[in-house]
Design a protein around this ligand. Structure first.
Ligand SMILES: [Cu+2]
Length: 520
């Protein structure tokens, strides 16, 4: 096959092009993301060859006194991600993505996490309204077996009831709406490499309100975890850690402090996969689980508004929103319906990334393979959102401002909030339980998706104007590009205690772009 230089450039296959994009010249703005591209040494697979995997739903270990108990072992696994090569992953139950937890609103859920990895771990349920001792505070970690003395520095974690110091029971009351949550590692200074190795999975909460809607269900309700990775020649994950064992010095090499961008797009752990669909509606729970990469998702061939958004980070929207493209930052979730009845059987529909270059402009493909009767629908009204609408700025208490910028700490450049790198002993805010506050969040000189633990919030404004359509509904993460600012209205309820808020560019988070708040 002969391909012209121009064609190579268009496809982004010319080595120099890829490197230049990832190099220091563009560092800070790689492919619409803050980060530096890490080129794989392995040959990248062909696009759209492997079927989309769907993570297995975790089986209940037991039910006792009205609570559901689950058990997960964090361990090393070996999987084939690139054809013919084995990749060692660190996974929940040794798989990547981890098993999906399916819970009911208000159903007490207790997850015993066992650590069989060689490093400390701390598991955070992202989007969970969780008591502080089970929130996965960065230093509240489960020590590995080869460590004689515990790493649990914060002290308020409960070790597993089997008495093992290498397990911990996470208690999730789940007093919250149906929503797409995810769980992932949150270890102090090592979240980036540990999530990169595979420590991420879905936790879906369902309730009667969501069940009662005629949205696509069962096999047509599909979680999609999108992330990027890079691979070494032998198929192992590449990541620019200063210490690959993750047992010594934290941090990444030089330029990668901006963030690590992979060159291979995985959906549910498979590279550029294909899903065969019928000519009906499907509900996709899209999660961006990448460390640093942002995406602008589009469908090709599409129509004017191929994505019908029905839910955000915090569950159902009041009414569906039509999007022609969806800008999705790290940790955000978009619950969308795609209607394939607009396509003839035989059509191949590609989920594209308008922010990518070369192969990263593609995410996955849908192949319309059969006709089928469709009894699903997207109603014009999804949820009454009474609480959301009641949450008015006029009822807001104090206003706080947080600037997310670069900071210098003992001569080393890091990331910080209001000029300070993270210190577990320092408290940035003490909101009262039940109070409402306006937080003014400002990002520079890089993109920073800002995530608050425990709470969900409403985006009031972006850059002094009204929020973007993608800011709608209950949010726990707001996407800020360099120079952007947003004002968010937060209701602090659920639990008293210490939580963190931070940038969800995981390299920024590891390099201390995090702070505490304590609900008092
Ligand atoms: Cu950041």
């Amino acid at each position: 096959m002969k391909i012209s230089r121009g064609e190579l450039l268009r496809l982004g296959l010319a080595g120099g092009v890829t490197l230049a994009l990832g190099g220091s010249a563009c560092s800070g703005s790689g492919e619409g993301s803050t980060g530096t591209l890490l080129p794989s040494k392995a040959k990248l697979p062909e696009l759209f060859e492997v079927p989309l995997p769907v993570p297995p739903v975790l089986e209940l270990a037991r039910t006792e006194a009205g609570a559901d108990y689950y058990e997960i072992t964090q361990k090393v696994g070996r999987v084939e991600i690139l054809p013919g090569l084995q990749t060692e992953i660190w996974g929940y139950d040794g798989i990547f993505p981890g098993p999906t937890l399916e819970s009911r609103t208000g159903r007490m859920t207790i997850v015993r996490q066992r650590n069989e990895l060689p490093v400390p771990v701390s598991t955070h349920l992202h989007g969970g309204r969780t008591p502080p001792g089970s929130d996965g505070y960065p230093t509240d970690s489960i020590p590995p077996k080869n460590m004689a003395h515990g790493h649990s520095r914060s002290g308020h974690g409960s070790t597993g009831m089997d008495g093992s110091r290498h397990s911990k029971d996470y208690i999730y009351p789940l007093e919250q709406r149906a929503a797409t949550l995810w769980y992932h590692d949150h270890r102090m200074e090592f979240t980036g490499p540990q999530v990169w190795r595979g420590l991420a999975g879905f936790h879906i909460i369902r309730d009667e309100e969501d069940d009662a809607l005629p949205l696509p269900k069962g096999e047509k309700d599909v979680p999609l975890m999108i992330c990027d990775r890079s691979f070494d020649e032998n198929g192992s994950f590449l990541y620019p850690s200063l210490d690959r064992s993750l047992q010594g010095k934290a941090g990444v090499e030089g330029d990668y402090m901006e963030g690590v961008l992979g060159d291979t797009i995985l959906v549910n752990g498979a590279p550029w996969p294909v899903l065969e669909v019928s000519n009906t509606k499907y509900r996709f729970r899209i999660l961006n689980a990448s460390n640093a990469r942002r995406y602008e998702l589009a469908l090709e061939p599409g129509n004017r508004a191929p994505f019908v958004q029905v839910g955000s980070d915090g569950g159902l929207l009041g009414a569906p929103i039509l999007h022609s493209t969806i800008r999705i930052a790290q940790a955000e979730r978009f619950d969308v319906v795609i209607d394939f009845s607009k396509y003839d059987v035989g059509t191949e529909v590609t989920l594209k990334n308008r922010m990518g270059r070369g192969k990263t402009t593609s995410v996955m493909r849908f192949r319309v393979v059969r006709k089928e009767k469709d009894d699903s629908a997207v109603p014009g009204r999804l949820s009454d959102m009474a609480e959301f609408h009641r949450l008015a700025e006029s009822g807001g208490g104090r206003t706080r401002e947080f600037r997310f910028t670069r900071v210098a700490d003992s001569g080393r450049t890091m990331w910080g909030i209001n000029g300070e790198p993270f210190d577990p002993g320092r408290m940035a805010a003490r909101p009262e339980l039940g109070s409402t506050e306006v937080w003014h969040l400002r990002a520079a000189p890089a993109a920073h998706p800002i995530h608050l633990h425990l709470v969900h919030f409403k985006v009031l404004s972006r850059n002094g104007r009204k929020p973007l359509p993608t800011d709608a509904g209950w949010k726990d993460t707001v996407d800020l590009t360099s120079g952007e600012e947003a004002r968010v209205l937060i209701r602090f309820d659920g639990f008293r205690g210490r939580y963190v808020f931070h940038c969800h560019n995981l390299e920024h988070e590891d390099m201390m772009m995090m702070a505490n708040f304590e609900v008092v």
